[in-house]
Design a protein around this ligand. Structure first.
Ligand SMILES: NC(=O)c1ccc[n+]([C@@H]2O[C@H](COP(=O)([O-])OP(=O)(O)OC[C@H]3O[C@@H](n4cnc5c(N)ncnc54)[C@H](O)[C@@H]3O)[C@@H](O)[C@H]2O)c1
Length: 314
């Protein structure tokens, strides 16, 4: 089926799927959006509710459907799966959600052969790898939201710390979207000024302590939010919107999405996040970010953690 470049499908209409659908409706990026959930009533309710915002946005045809309806979607966003319960890690979800993926990814691939699969459900790195294998799609067209959200959290916290616009902060989280993630401090800067220099300009001198606190805060954000309100969804919804924007507008934006690695930093055949060029073809190239020896070691350890989990489930 020929693709409709202005169509998106959202699979899974829980907290994350519905918030993402809402953000996508508001974005004006798409003219058609199909919502799919094993709970059809939920998908129908979300489609109606979100549609009622259209007089304040731009026209989009929004409806609940099935996998056949996703056949011509340029992007299929997969959020279906159980979320973390308080105290659970993302890796704890692995068996449940790989099971769900074994049923839904072949269904998507049966009807949609040309689109991009954007994986959001957790553990996102494991599920991105699983989706690539289960769909048989070329790897550039299967990637995960990865550490785009963690990177947003890092930029937000640095913006607050330095009292500047978080969009002027250039820093990223790489590796697993989870407990072994790494803040790539050695390449962090604010509008080209090395981070530590900028911190000193703003009256902060305890670099080691602040970096540790901020990285821990980023890593524990989801646990903290889940403890307080049961789930996280607005930050990821904005991340999904941003990634879709890079795809649909063929922006060639650099985003830390999760994709299968092939030898960079000695990491092979596992999906994790590294800055990549994202455009209409999906992941269009890796960005050879410079890392310190310590960061390289931590990245390798993150990859090893993920590989071990993978070997138990696929
Ligand atoms: N990548 C990220 O940064 C990020 C951030 C937040 C949450 N998440 C993950 O997103 C996922 C969804 O979280 P949530 O809070 O929306 O959960 P949720 O329980 O609110 O929603 C999950 C939805 O998936 C649906 N579903 C389950 N099995 C299905 C199937 N076989 N086919 C179709 N739909 C199915 C359920 O009916 C439900 O509506 C979780 O895995 C969560 O950990 C990822």
């Amino acid at each position: 089926m020929a693709l409709n470049e202005r169509k998106v499908a959202v699979v899974g209409c829980g907290f994350v799927g519905s918030a993402s659908a809402f953000a996508l409706m508001e974005s004006g990026l798409f003219s058609e959006m199909v919502l799919i959930d094993v709970n059809k009533e939920k998908a129908e309710g979300e489609a109606l509710d979100i549609s009622h915002g259209l007089p304040f946005a731009k026209p989009v045809q929004i409806y609940a459907g099935d996998y056949r309806d996703a056949g011509d979607a340029a992007v299929v966003v997969v959020t279906a799966g159980a979320g973390q319960k308080p105290g659970e890690t993302r890796l704890d979800l692995v068996k449940k959600n790989v099971g769900i993926f074994k049923s839904i990814i072949p269904e998507i691939a049966k009807y949609n052969t040309e689109g991009i699969l954007l994986i959001v459900a957790n553990p996102v790195d494991i599920l991105t790898y699983a989706a690539a294998k289960l769909s048989g799609f070329p790897e550039n067209r299967v990637f995960g939201s990865g550490t785009v959200l963690d990177t947003a959290r890092l930029k937000y916290l640095l913006g607050e710390h330095l009292k500047i616009d978080s969009r002027s902060v250039h820093a990223c989280i790489i590796g697993e979207h989870g407990d072994s993630e790494i803040a790539a401090w050695s390449s962090a800067n604010v509008s080209g000024i090395p981070l530590n220099d900028f911190c000193e300009m703003r009256g902060h001198f305890e670099h080691e302590k602040s970096m540790k606190e901020i990285a821990e805060n980023v890593k524990n954000s989801a646990y903290k939010i889940i403890e307080k309100k049961g789930a996280t969804y607005y930050g990821i919804a904005m991340s999904v919107r941003r990634i879709c924007e890079a795809i649909v507008r063929d922006e060639k934006s650099i985003l830390p999405v999760s994709s299968i690695q092939h030898g960079e930093f000695g990491i092979d055949d596992v999906a994790l996040s590294m800055p990549a060029i994202v455009g209409r073809s999906g992941v269009e190239g890796a960005v050879p970010i410079r890392l310190s020896d310590e960061e390289k070691k931590a990245l390798k350890a993150s990859a090893d953690t993920l590989k071990e989990v993978l070997s138990g489930v696929l």
